[in-house]
Design a binder for this molecule. Structure first.
Ligand code: EPZ
Length: 440
């Protein structure tokens, strides 16, 4: 049972079992309490790179992608594409792909279960090859995360889809453009349908579309391949289908969640930092909340600088689809509110189980009560380091932020979650003067 009297009701979170797949169980040892100071280069966006790499399936020509981050999820995507027969060569931040003839159009369960974004091959496979067999992703730590909207949209485009043995099996002669209204805003759902529509016959309109910058980056890459997409970044995307797409070279946008994570770490630990290669206009909601917490922020081109010389003020927030505050920054911001002056209410509206970091933050001395989908955070003067466990990608980032603000030593376990979405995290933190060590 929970050791904190402060929980207003018994909260039963499923603690994920350790992976049996031999994933390294590295830990991060962090000695916190010191101000941060230095410079960090922002990497390419994970959530733009994954759909853009999947878009390689839409053409037989060579497709070159630059600024691809070195992440576990990118490695998984390349492995998935290669096992289909896509030629994929990585050289630093550049990946060269060629999907001229595939040996199969399958996404097997053992890959999909480690990365839900594998579903992003479904649309391109059906659109270009007329057939696909993609494992259903199953749930994940933060929620059920079904893919019913992806399936609904593809059926509206004319694909015949059945669920067979845990797989989505899709067949289509040639997809036919139509109007699609998704039941809720879905980022990868919008991306899958946009990629499928690019090669459909006629016009497709996607209403209630996700407006995330990563959707826009994908649309830019597709248009560079000869697609005819307009309205990306708005809730209504129009796609004029074309016969074929050609190769191109595209540079992935900067990662706005990595940017927000490092800014929040400086705001929580205190200090100053410059982030290079950022896209400040893609995280306005996060910058506004950091300013409200008392951070001094300046944006000049692709430079974002932050200075925090005071204890943060408590800031409440409510996650929602872009351009509102991103759910992928909710956990990191909660770590900031844990050491802030005042009481903050953090409401999560996107996923049904994205508070697992609360239990771990309480081990560091945080004072948090959960009321439904709202966490009430009473800021404390200081957190105290302790052994904690990462449960999902952004929860692990949250624990790193909290550990940097905490006095003493924190050992963050299961940081394979962190390695999925953050490139060279410990060396970037070390560049900010943090005392961080990876322990095998
Ligand atoms: C994308 O996931 C991101 N991943 C997530 O980032 C992010 O948290 C999420 O969007 C929300 O912004 C990638 O882009 C690879 P959704 P996605 O479809 O597309 C429900 C990270 O940390 N839904 O926008 O899977 C769903 O359950 C990851 O980098 C359906 O019910 O999220 C959720 O409640 C975590 N049926 C809501 O919609 C569907 O068919 C939004 O999900 C699709 C979604």
């Amino acid at each position: 049972m929970l050791d904190s009297p402060r929980i207003t009701r018994a909260v039963h979170f499923r603690r994920p079992r350790p992976p049996s797949t031999g994933i390294p169980m590295d830990k991060l040892k962090i000695r916190g309490g010191a101000r941060l100071r230095g410079e960090v280069a922002v990497s390419g966006a994970k959530n733009a790179a994954l759909p853009i790499l999947a878009a390689s399936l839409l053409t037989a020509d060579e497709f070159i992608v630059d600024n691809v981050p070195q992440l576990q999820d990118v490695a998984t995507t390349l492995k998935l594409l290669r096992q289909m027969g896509v030629a994929a060569e990585r050289d630093g931040g550049t990946v060269r792909l060629k999907a001229d003839d595939l040996s199969n159009t399958e996404a097997p369960y053992e890959m999909v279960k480690t990365m839900r974004a594998s579903i992003l091959v479904l649309g391109p496979l059906v659109a270009r090859f007329g057939t696909a067999r993609v494992s259903l992703p199953g749930g994940c730590a933060i929620g059920a995360r079904p893919v019913d909207q992806h399936i609904k949209g593809l059926e509206l485009l004319g694909a015949r889809i059945r669920i067979e043995g845990g797989f989505v099996v899709a067949e289509a002669k040639r997809l036919k453009g139509t109007r699609i209204v998704t039941d809720m805003v879905t980022v990868t759902g919008t991306e899958n349908l946009m990629m499928a529509a690019a090669l459909a016959e006629g016009e497709t309109i996607i209403e209630n579309a996700a407006r995330e910058p990563e959707v826009v980056d994908l649309a830019d890459a597709l248009n560079a391949m000869g697609a005819r997409i307009s309205g990306a970044g708005t809730a209504s995307i129009a796609v004029q289908g074309v016969e074929r797409l050609h190769g191109t070279r595209h540079r992935v946008m900067p990662d706005r969640i990595e940017t927000g994570t490092f800014l929040t770490a400086v705001a929580a630990a205190g200090g100053e930092a410059v982030l290079r290669g950022a896209a400040p206009h893609t995280l306005d909601a996060v910058l506004d909340k950091l300013k409200e917490a008392g951070a001094d922020l300046r944006a000049e081109g692709d430079l974002l600088s932050i200075r925090m010389d005071r204890r943060p003020r408590a800031v409440s927030l409510r996650t929602a689809p872009y351009p509102a505050f991103p759910t992928d920054m909710q956990a990191q911001f909660m770590a900031l509110d844990c050491v802030a002056d005042g009481v903050a209410r953090i409401t999560e509206t996107i996923f049904e189980n994205r508070f697992m970091h609360v239990l771990e933050l309480q081990r560091l001395g945080a004072n948090i009560a959960i009321e439904g989908n709202t966490a009430v955070v009473h800021g404390v003067d200081r957190l105290a380091g302790a052994p904690v466990m990462a449960t999902d990608l952004r929860a692990s980032a949250c624990l790193v932020v909290a550990a940097l603000a905490a006095d003493g030593e924190t050992l963050v376990d299961r940081i394979y979650h962190l390695d999925r979405g953050y490139e060279k995290m410990e060396s970037k933190l070390a560049a900010l003067g943090a005392q961080v060590e990876r322990v095998k």
